[in-house]
Each structure stands twice: as C-alpha cells, then as structure tokens.
Design a protein around this ligand. Sequence first.
Ligand code: UPG
Length: 498
Amino acid sequence: MGLSTQDLHILFLPFMAPGHIIPTVDLAKLFACRGVKATILTTPGNAPSIQPSIDHANDSCSLRHPMALSLLPFPAAEAGIPPGCENLVVTLNNHDIQLKFIKAMELLRQPFARVLRELLPDAVVSDYLLSSTQDVAAELAVPRLVFHGMSLFYLCASHSIDSFKVLESVPPGGAESFVLPSLPHRIEMQRSQIWDLSKMPEMAAFFDRCKNSEERSYGVVANSYYELEPDYAEHYRKVVGRRVWNVGPVSLCNRNEIEKSRRGDETSMDCNQCLSWLNTNKPGSVVYVCFGSMYKLPIAQIREIALGLEASDTPFILVVRGVRGNDADWLPEGFEEEVVGRGKGLIIRGWAPQIVILNHEAVGGFVTHCGWNSCLEGVSAGVPMITWPMFAEQFFNERLIVEVLKVGVGVGVKEFARAGAERRVVAGEEIRRAVGRVMGGGEEAEEMRRRARELAEMARRAVEEGGSSYADVGELIEELIERRKTTGREWMGSAEQV
Ligand SMILES: O=c1ccn([C@@H]2O[C@H](COP(=O)(O)OP(=O)(O)O[C@H]3O[C@H](CO)[C@@H](O)[C@H](O)[C@H]3O)[C@@H](O)[C@H]2O)c(=O)[nH]1
C-alpha cells in the first residue's frame, strides 16, 4: 500500500493547564509541518486559548497539513466541580477542587473513547497526567505515546528516587540532603525540595496511575533535545527502559512574530510596546523576571524583587499577575516614578510574550521558577538563568541548569511549597546578589554566557533538517506509517465498546 505522511492522523490531548497546553500545541504543529494530520483535543473551556494558535499556524505557510481542533465535554457536574473550572490554574487555591479536577481528568475516559472511535487516528499523544487515555487507547488498539513536558534529567532522577526507595530513609520536610543513586552525575537534593505526598494519599495514587500508564504506553515523546542532556537521554533509554523520541525544543517551531507573541494567550501588553522598550537597551543588559503560568507573586515578594532589581541597577522586565489596584499600591514607595517612570524597567501585568522577549538581543538574564518550558525557552534563546524553583519538579530542573549545564545560579530557595501555598519571602539582597552574578562582567558570568550561546546554537541545529530532533520526529512518523501498513484501521469498526 502506498501510504505516506499525509495519510497519517495523530491526535494530541494536553493536560488542562497552560504549561502543558502550550507545548502540546507546538508539538502538534511540529508534526503538521511535516505533513501529518494533527488534531488537538480539548474541552470547550480551553478551546479559546488554543484556537488562535491553530488559526495563526494554519494561516502561516509553514504547515504541510492544516491543524484541527476537536472538543470533548468537560465532566464538571459528574466530578462535582463548579462551572468554569476547566483549567488547573483556576483550582490552585483549593485542594478539594484540585482533587475533583483530577477525578474529572479520569472521567474523560468515556468521551475520549467516543472521539477515538469517531476520528480513527493512527496514534494518540497524550499528557503524562492523563492516564485513563492509556486504558482507552489500549482497548481500541491505538498506540498511545506519552508526552512528557519535563526534562529527561527529571525523569531519570524521579526513577532513581523510586527504584532505590530513597525517600523511605529521609524524613519528609527536613533539610537533610541525599545523593540520587546511580545517575550520570553526583546530584544532591534536600528532602525539603521534594513534594511530600505522604499525607495526600489521593494525589499519590493519581501519580502512581500515571507512572503505571506510562510503563504500558507505546513510548515517550519528550520536549528536549539529545545534545542538551545526552547522558540522561541514554540513561532514560537504557536504565529506565523507555522508548523515547526527543523532539524539542518544541517552541522553536514558532517562526514568525505573530506565532511567537500569541503563544498561549493574548498578551497583556502590546508586543510592539515591549519591543520598543527593549530596543532602547544595550545588548545583554536586561533581566527578564517571570514565574510561568501558575504562580502569582504575593505583594510582599513583589516588593522585595523590586528592591533587589533597583539595587542591582539592572534594567528589567517584571511580569506580575493577579495584583489589584494601582502599581503604586504594591510597589515600594517611589519605585514607580524613580525606576519605572524613568524607563529603567517595564512591568507587565498579566501575560507576557515570553519567547519574543527572551530572544531579543537586549535580554541577558532570566529569573525563572524553572518550569521546564521556561528553562528550555531560556536555553533556546541562549540566556543564562537565575533559578528560583517553587513546586512540581522545578528543584530538579534547577540542579540541571546550575550544576550540569552550568548556565545559571540559584537565588537560594530550598523549600518546596505548592502553587497556592505560603512560602518564605526571598529578600531583595539575595535577589540583587544572584542577578549580579549572572549579569555582571566577571569570569563566571562570561563562562555562563558562552555556554548558554553554545546550547542555543545546538538547539537550533537539533530542530533543523539533519538535526537530532528533526530526525526523531521523522523516525516516529516512519514507524507509525509502517505500523499502519501492517495493522490497517479496519479493526476500529469492530472494536469492543469501551
Ligand atoms: O507571561 C507569561 C507566562 C508564561 N508564558 C509561557 O507559559 C509557559 C509556562 O510554562 P513553564 O515555564 O513550564 O511553567 P508552568 O506554567 O508553571 O508549568 C507547569 O508545567 C510544566 C510542564 O510540565 C512544569 O515543568 C512546571 O513545573 C509546572 O509548573 C511557557 O511556555 C512560557 O513561555 C508566557 O508566554 N507568558
């Protein structure tokens, strides 16, 4: 049978949170650029943040097959969730709703089975956190690939912790350190940097189901590139034992300014205004401060950041979300007139065009919470980082950035605290010191900048024709075409009802 890429249909299902939706849309685009029919599946409440990206991608000439969006009903009532809570971001301050949200993810099983039967895809790429998609796909004999929007370093570290039962011998919450066994580098962590799930049995059971479903999956698609973490790419394959295709950094599929600036959401500040301000600054002089899509800085912390930035005498862009009132109500006295008013800094209230900013030549440093997308976007732009992990797997990413890749310095945070939880306020002086180390002219900073530029160049080459990520996408496509030739799609009609 003369099958080609154009005959292949892949369904992409992201977990409902911006840090997962954004890279999944990029991933789908990557396959559409290669000629695969890519359909993104989401719920009605999340569609408005995805549809514009699909429209821009379809309007640009980079796609060889238009992308499509398909909807699944969100099982709010069955899960006991109030209407309008279709994204993890709106559940952050309420643990009870979060648990119900997880239940809703599992209740997607029935509608997902219906869509799968209706669309007859050749494969499903679904988020690691959507374990029920594995059961449905297996019952319908559709290969399910897990999309890991996390570093291979973290995946290996997490496997090390589990298989050596490391946490059983270290009391939760404490500052006690331990070395992660059998990893390619000597990595030391503190117990306080790791999420303590011992008092959250439902959450722990949820993650166990995710792990178990990954083990049963067809393989893993990772948002990383081989050259970034080669030791961990090998370790993941050989020691953890997964089939993995490293296809990142997926954000590099956004080529033109509109695609870059409209990624994820409507930006709160006109992109041109942001670029005009950046144009007034010297190359490498600006520090960009942003903590991803979930975390909202408390006012006490914003004040300390403002004080630290002012003391560092570094031009900055600071992104804040969810702060009410005039800027003067939550900034240190005089800051607005003295610093912002005189053009020494820009405050973005809401959503920033992150990859446009990071790739501007004026930007020379990135204060980040170490979400994996932000880390990769910083690396792809060749910008050294000031690491300030908060929750999830971010403390692991910090180790990779600071100790393995050596393209960042830590601000000094040691305690994991969930996204909506209270945490220690980092003092302005600590921030000034860390910013100074990265933005300064010393040998340490020069060396970080050199390495960051090198990694960015490797990232660019990885996604271009002939590069490692480009090849991995091609290999996966070829494999799915071969599979389709041998299995066909006829089984679908007779598949058992799920
Ligand atoms: O103003 C903003 C804020 C964020 N972003 C984008 O939003 C994404 C944020 O992703 P990430 O940096 O990974 O942070 P989170 O949103 O916090 O991501 C969650 O999901 C990630 C992927 O699983 C994990 O690595 C993180 O720990 C977890 O917090 C990135 O693509 C950013 O470019 C913007 O474009 N503008």
